[in-house]
Design a protein around this ligand. Structure first.
Ligand SMILES: Nc1ncnc2c1ncn2[C@@H]1O[C@H](COP(=O)(O)OP(=O)(O)O)[C@@H](O)[C@H]1O
Ligand SMILES: N[C@@H](CC(=O)OP(=O)(O)O)C(=O)O
Length: 814
């Protein structure tokens, strides 16, 4: 005998039923088949909905039943030829008349007991199996309908009946002895108690029906036919990269299903495992796919973790109190109190101090659990030796499953590392001594992120998805987006990084696509996108809660810099070319640095100094390797270098500054460059990165602009510069007369820093600096006489964007 079970989607329509029958027909060539079927997908939910509506005196139940009836009539119509159709449709209508009468009764009484609910639900499988049995005969199979209520005996625990295996085996043997058809079509999910009342085996219970029949018949195999190609490494609805597991042990399959892999109803394994019957999970819609073979001892594979699954709707119950320490019997009383209320305990942890016990239960049991446990410990609670039970809701379990885990150290480390890096807080952990399973309790809102992060860590070591939120696609930002668009395929292929731009926002609009924006179409789409504030954008980043999220700040905006702390606290990495945060009060800078450490999220701002030049990176490498920076001398303004390299008196100074702005070298507000403030911010950042707790007010700024230039707005600034042309000309002439050049130089030495205009003679390290170049000379304990020099283009949208890009990759690879 072979037992083949077809789930709700496999029998959801006439077309699908035909596919299922073709599979049965092929199997029937090999020997007799028991075909167990679920209700047409969605029917059970539909019938429950109708029953609940009737209970609440809501007339909508009629419409719900009407729709279900039409679905079944359509299926009969599409599936059967004219002659068989007539009686099948009449039968469907008769069944729905009964259902309507039942619901009328519920409506009149305003009451729906578990017993009646089971009766209602049984119609789903009765209807589907009778229809499919008729279709099987029409298909040419030697088929009979077999009533599961006469085969499977349970107790009278309606809703989740427990099976009496002895009676079931007897009834199955009797049925087998009495008929000779090659194919039995049996309704799944339903059974009957000793009085003949319909019972059900729990939601998803058709799998279990099939396993019970397979065991009772000593079948050579059990096949579960569904809509995915096997048991997968994770729920495919949550993890795109999930893939089928070819072979898995009964124990592992049981753990995965127990911890939420919906493809298999957990009690299914037990009966077949006891009889050593191999269990296949196969795809009705891709029957040639291998599927999953569940067996005693699958061949060992290098995979340490077989799968990851999750259970939502969890509440943790904490029983705590000093009165528990060293006194036996507390756990027993806790579990007895829960058992009396038939509350299933999903997970248990206890600290070794015995000061607390923590159990996980289904959220809907939590209220009852609290009443029961507080009652049990009423005396101790009154005496202050135990705290009242503390339930913590909105949690979920995410579990790693795999028998090989016990032989491999470091699995939990990897698990905690991966979750920690993504700001997923673990509320409780449970690991059995058998180490088949490591369970973590986390916030329900973090489940999708956690499962994806873990799936990447354990199954897709070569792939990592990174989610970018980009603020300010101006000069630098739009270049960055161009570079990202060009490099995306390369990053995926060569570095396994799937870099997705999830959102692009400017000061007015925000464009979002969680699957990754099209990086060629964004300018028009952004203009048409909904309006959004910076606050909304922050909430968007936090709310989406995507793994490996990076906020990319390509603005020069103080408000943007104000959101870093909130993001770092949620483990969102920050990449900024915006200098405001790193040059704000020292306490704020230090706080961001420490949040970055605490929450394992990068805070990178290499482009704050020297655009893409590796200035901060080099400085960090020096100090981390134990060197001490004693002195720095630098030209840090691409703008000023450009201006002084191009100004020779033949064109007005103001005009050269305008050119620098037009070519994209200046800050959005060029006065920041010309006043020396921007250079001061840069040397401040370098001094801080070198270990000095300095403030902006500690930097001596020796400006060269006449004070009038800094009054009024940007246009006034240009006008004033034009009016003071003689001043600039004099500066130039004086330098040129001595064969020297003007450089705006930043200096740091032994905790003091200054910026100012200087004339440098040929041969000086700073003399030969072209265009918009920057240079930094580091004098350290290791570089004493000859400095370590970093030199090159220090401004421009293209290079700055490339520096931001490099920081993104650094943050992604953390
Ligand atoms: N680890 C997993 N492997 C395979 N499927 C899973 C897993 N976790 C959740 N699922 C979901 O289980 C579904 C199959 O279960 P179910 O809907 O009960 O099927 P059926 O109606 O065939 O009994 C799949 O479509 C898939 O979305
Ligand atoms: N129809 C029942 C039983 C079942 O097993 O369904 P499925 O095989 O579609 O999961 C339910 O919805 O719970």
């Amino acid at each position: 005998m072979q037992v083949l079970k077809f789930g709700g989607t496999s029998v959801a329509s006439a077309e699908n039923i035909r596919k299922s029958l073709a599979i049965v027909a092929k199997a029937a060539e090999q020997g007799p088949v028991v075909m167990v079927v679920s209700a047409l997908g969605g029917t059970t939910d539909g019938v429950i909905g109708a029953g609940r509506a009737a209970e609440q005196a809501n007339e909508d139940f009629r419409e719900a039943l009407q729709q279900l009836e039409e679905r079944h009539v359509t299926a009969a119509h599409d599936l059967l030829g004219a002659d068989a159709q007539h009686s099948a449709i009449a039968h469907v209508q008769a069944q729905f008349d009964e259902l309507k009468q039942l619901c009328d009764g519920i409506f009149a009484l305003g009451e729906l007991s578990n017993r009646t609910l089971d009766r209602l639900m049984s119609y789903g499988e009765l209807l589907s199996s009778q229809l499919i049995a008729t279709a099987a005969q029409a298909y040419g199979l030697d088929a009979v309908w077999a009533d599961a209520r006469q085969l499977i005996r349970t107790n009278s625990r309606f809703g989740m009946a427990e099976v009496d295996m002895g009676t079931t085996e007897k009834q199955v043997a009797e049925f087998r002895g009495n008929q000779s058809a090659n194919v039995w079509v049996v309704p799944g999910f339903i059974a009957a108690d000793a009085h003949g009342a319909a019972t059900t085996l729990g939601r998803g219970g058709s799998d279990y029906t099939a396993a019970l029949l397979a065991a009772a018949l000593g079948a050579e195999k059990l096949e579960i036919w569904t809509d995915v190609s096997g048991m997968m490494t994770a729920d495919p609805r949550l993890v795109r990269g999930a893939r089928p597991i070819a072979r898995i042990s009964y124990q592992e399959a049981m753990e995965l299903s127990h911890f939420g892999a919906k493809v298999l109803y957990p009690p299914t394994i037990q009966p077949v495992m006891r009889r050593g019957i191999p269990l296949w999970i196969k795809n009705t819609f891709a029957p040639d796919d291998y599927g999953t073979l569940v067996e005693v001892a699958p061949p060992r594979t290098p995979a340490v973790v077989q799968g990851i699954s999750s259970i939502g709707n969890l509440t943790l119950l904490n029983l705590e109190g000093s009165g528990m320490v060293g006194i036996p019997g507390f756990s027993k009383r806790l579990f007895e109190a829960l058992a009396r209320e038939r509350i299933n305990v999903i997970l248990i942890t206890q600290s070794s101090s015995e000061h607390s016990i923590c159990v996980g239960v289904n959220a809907q049991d939590a209220g009852l659990a609290k009443i029961a446990v507080d009652e049990e410990f009423a005396v101790e609670i009154a005496a202050g030796r135990i705290e009242p039970l503390r339930p913590e809701a909105d949690l979920a379990i995410v579990a790693l499953v795999g028998e090989n885990m016990k032989d491999h150290p470091g699995i939990s480390g990897k698990l905690f590392g991966a979750l920690g890096q993504n700001g997923v807080n673990i509320r409780a952990i449970a690991q059995g001594a058998s180490e088949k399973n490591i369970s973590t309790v986390i916030r329900a809102a973090d489940v999708r992120k956690a499962i994806n992060v873990l799936h990447e860590a354990f199954f897709e070591a070569t792939k990592k998805q990174v989610n970018l939120f980009i603020l300010g696609p101006g000069n630098v930002g739009s270049k960055l987006l161009e570079q990202l668009a060009r490099q995306q395929p390369h990053l995926l292929e060569k570095m396994g990084l799937q870099v997705r731009v999830v959102a692009i926002a400017n000061s007015r609009h925000c464009l979002v696509d969680e699957n990754g924006l099209d990086l060629t179409a964004w300018p028009d789409e952004l203009a048409a996108a909904p309006a959004q504030s910076l606050d909304d954008f922050t909430q968007l980043i936090i709310g989406r809660n995507l793994r490996n999220s990076i906020f990319v700040d390509v603005t020069a905006n103080p408000a943007a810099a104000g959101i870093y702390a909130a993001l770092l606290e949620k483990s969102v990495a920050i990449v900024a070319c915006n200098k405001v945060a790193a040059s704000s009060e020292y306490a704020h800078y230090a706080r961001l640095k420490s949040l970055s450490k605490e929450f394992n999220a990068s805070y990178l701002f290499e482009t704050n100094v020297g655009a893409a030049l590796p200035v901060i990176g080099t400085l960090n490498d020096l100090t981390r390797s134990g060197d001490v920076v004693r002195r720095m001398e630098a030209v840090l303004s691409g703008t000023l270098n450009f201006v002084f390299n191009h100004y020779d008196g033949t064109r007005p100074f103001a005009e050269v500054v305008r050119q620098a702005q037009a070519e994209g070298y200046t800050e959005p507000d060029p006065r920041l460059d010309l006043s020396g403030t921007d250079v001061a911010r840069k040397i401040l950042i370098l001094a801080r990165e070198a270990g000095q707790a300095m403030e902006m007010s500690d930097i001596e700024i020796n400006g060269f602009l006449p004070p009038a230039c800094l009054e009024g707005d940007v246009e006034a600034f240009y006008a004033q510069m034009a009016a003071h042309e003689a001043h600039f000309r004099a500066l130039y002439d004086e330098a040129a007369a001595g064969g020297k050049r003007l450089k705006f130089v930043a200096r740091y030495a032994d905790g003091r820093a200054s910026v100012g205009l200087q004339t440098v003679a040929p041969g000086h390290d700073l003399y030969d600096l072209r265009g918009k170049d920057n240079v930094v000379l580091f004098y350290t304990d290791r570089y004493v006489d000859q400095p370590l020099v970093v030199k090159g283009a220090g401004a421009g949208a293209e290079v700055t964007a490339s520096g931001v890009f490099a920081d993104i990759i650094r943050a992604a690879r953390l």
